[in-house]
Design a protein. Structure first.
Length: 383
């Protein structure tokens, strides 16, 4: 049995064990507990920003400590993806290592341009997802925590500051429901929405349009200074299989959360390195050097990708043009199709081909996303 087979076997065994011990959906939400935000001790969303830069995969181009931008009146609200290793259908609000790791991987770099707030929520867990036992009630319980946290976030930042929404996977789905229920039809909040980064969550639009699917009024972003818009994509490096979990406009989770579906809809793709274009361009990839929480199912999934990033003593490594990417409609799916540059390893789909490169969605073009948010925040502050 090779390493990949052993990891898959461990994951499968964990899922079976979880299925026998799964708990029921939680009760009414308690007060919001913050993973990240001003005043949070050991905030994983606000580490040092020291970075080692590479041209391509491993041609070192120096190191630096990027400065955080001055406050321009915009804060970020981050909802993390399915990551909890707890052996229950719904996670508690315990600050487990994998929760802190995912914040470092996905949200910390955005602290360059905004204060990042992130609530801890009772999410559907990885073991429950693998066992196929999650229910609509579970996801609505999780969403209730997010909606309550968003209201607490708004109270903390006040009435006059703008906000960015950041999410991936389960987090993106919850934020889609939040935008539909609380922002899309609310002119004042829509005006305060700088943008929403909703990765790996099958955001839908009408075919060849920038809206008309999950949102009526909030469009996808077509240029870097556009406001009140959405950045969304799912990553593959080959034509997605049919069926695939991403890029085809529908999912079980979307149905649980009351998000729309239909043959006239397609999954949105906005390439953050070339907004409004379908051309293939170099991406700016940013990844922490700290390994993801060891012994967790997400760590196992990351190892299956086969990407061993260059070692460094800095907090992050940034690879410029190690990958290229373009929005592709091959095979009837709409995804960010990436290719490895010469000398860059070719990542493998994880945990199965149906998932594609879901586990790198938040990092594959993180440098490009930070650049766009900086432009959008400056545009918001200057209007």
């Amino acid at each position: 049995m090779n390493t990949g087979q052993r990891i898959r076997s461990v994951c499968a065994a964990a899922a079976v064990t979880a299925a026998a011990t799964l708990g029921a959906a939680g009760s009414a939400p308690a007060a919001t507990k913050w993973l990240c935000g001003p005043g949070v001790a050991h905030d994983p969303c606000r580490p040092g920003l020291s970075t080692t830069f590479y041209r391509g995969w491993d041609a070192r181009a120096g190191s630096a400590r990027p400065r955080r931008d001055r406050d321009r009146g915009v804060d970020c609200f981050y909802v993390y993806p399915t990551v909890s290793n707890q052996q229950s259908r719904l996670a508690t609000k315990r600050l487990d290592p994998e929760i802190r790791s995912i914040a470092l991987y996905q949200a910390a770099r955005f602290s360059q341009v905004c204060r990042v707030y992130a609530p801890v929520y009772r999410q559907a867990t990885v073991p429950a997802l693998q066992a196929g036992t999650t229910t609509r009630r579970d996801y609505l319980t999780a969403y209730g925590d997010i909606e309550q946290a968003f209201d607490a976030f708004r109270r903390r930042i006040g009435r006059h500051r703008g906000f960015v929404l950041l999410g991936h996977s389960q987090g993106s789905y919850h934020l889609q429901r939040l935008i539909r229920r609380r922002i899309d039809n609310h002119r004042a909040l829509r005006r305060r929405l700088v943008s929403a980064v909703l990765l790996g969550g099958n955001v839908t639009v009408r075919a060849k349009s920038d809206r008309g699917g999950v949102f009526r009024r909030v469009p996808t972003c077509r240029h870097a200074t556009q406001l009140s818009c959405v950045l969304a994509f799912s990553t593959f490096n080959e034509t997605p299989p049919d069926p695939s979990l991403f890029g085809r406009g529908e999912s079980r989770l979307a149905a649980f959360l009351g998000l729309p579906k239909g043959s006239e809809l397609e999954t949105a793709c906005t390439n953050p390195a070339a907004l409004g274009s379908s051309r293939s361009v170099p991406l700016t990839t940013v990844v922490p050097t700290q390994p993801f929480a060891p012994g967790t199912l997400i760590a196992a999934g990351i190892s299956l990708l086969g990407l061993q990033w260059p070692a460094s003593s800095t907090t992050f490594v940034q690879s410029n043009a190690a990958f290229t990417g373009h929005c592709s409609r091959a095979g009837g799916a709409h995804v960010l199709r990436i290719a490895s540059a010469p000398g860059t390893p070719v990542p493998k789909a994880s945990p199965t081909p149906e998932w594609g490169l879901h586990l790198v969605d938040a990092n594959i073009a993180q440098g490009d996303l930070v650049k766009i948010l900086r432009s959008q925040i400056r545009a918001y502050a200057g209007r």
